[in-house]
Design a protein around this ligand. Structure first.
Ligand code: ATP
Length: 253
């Protein structure tokens, strides 16, 4: 269980997260939604301690993450950032291999077990054929899969993804949706920020809505996308309709 308890985070005195509290059950896909600038990425960066909160606690399975050595933390939580750019030429294999760093000693290289895990992550993300290619020469979708493979290679039980499908075509989006469902079935807990509300409605087991740095809603997708919630948070109207057993959201201004 991941518990976020009264989290406050500011940058240069500007409040970005204002007393966020929420619980995220294990082995589920938790969607984080909200308007631009509402604090979704900041929440993920606080959970993996890329940024340190000013107050509040983040507790994973009873352990306060703030008190944990960084190396241990990296074996438990991994972030797939938004639009990763790698500023130097490096192969896809070596990028995925970086996922093993938290498990290695100071000057230790990857061993046979690490290689096995890296290979498995490459197969699972369907990019094994690209393993010797330069990461900077891949398409956006392929590159995103490589960064997800790196996250898988950490073997962390908690995976945070910041808008993993925002720049992807429909085929790559579906590939990532399938992958996230597979990871959940393998026991991972997933927190994912998503702008596509139809995708969030379909994919996620729970929805957390942020609005201007505050928690607006956290609960079941069936309750999250009510007319009242959506009009208050996004200032648009929404209508839910069902087709072939799937619920769709139709937005109007
Ligand atoms: N490095 C930074 N320095 C100063 N302010 C920042 C920084 N990063 C984010 N912010 C501010 O924090 C607020 C929340 O940003 P955040 O990126 O968390 O929002 P978001 O909900 O993920 O937005 P989006 O949907 O547009 O990605 C915004 O007002 C943003 O301008």
């Amino acid at each position: 269980m991941l518990v976020v308890d009264t989290l406050h985070f500011s940058i240069d005195g500007k409040k970005i997260l204002d007393g966020i509290s929420a619980c995220f059950e294990p082995r589920k896909i938790h969607g984080i939604i909200g308007p631009n600038g509402s604090g979704k990425s900041t929440l993920l960066k606080n959970i993996c301690r890329l940024w340190e909160p000013q107050s509040g606690a983040i507790v994973l399975n009873g352990k306060n993450l703030a008190k944990m050595p960084r190396k241990e933390l990296s074996t438990l939580v991994t972030l797939v950032p938004q639009n990763t750019t790698i500023g130097f030429p490096v192969s896809v294999f070596d990028i995925v291999a970086m996922g093993r760093n938290p498990h290695l000693g100071r000057f230790e290289g990857v061993g046979p077990r690490d290689r096995e895990i890296i290979e498995r992550a490459l197969w699972q993300t369907n990019i094994h054929a690209l393993k010797d290619r330069n990461i900077n020469e891949l398409s956006g979708g392929e590159g995103q899969l490589a960064i997800i493979a790196r996250a898988i290679a950490t073997e962390a039980p908690l995976i945070l993804l910041d808008e993993p499908t925002s720049e992807l075509d429909v085929k790559h989006t579906l590939e990532i949706v399938k992958l996230l469902c597979e990871l959940k079935d393998q026991g991972k807990t997933i927190l994912v920020t998503i702008h596509d509300l139809n995708l969030a409605r379909k994919l996620c087991d729970t929805i957390t809505i942020l609005c201007a740095g505050k928690l607006f809603f956290s609960g079941a997708p069936e309750d999250a996308f009510s007319e009242e919630n959506i009009s208050q948070v996004f200032q648009v109207r929404v209508r839910e309709y069902k087709h072939d057993g799937t619920t769709f959201l139709d937005f109007r201004s």
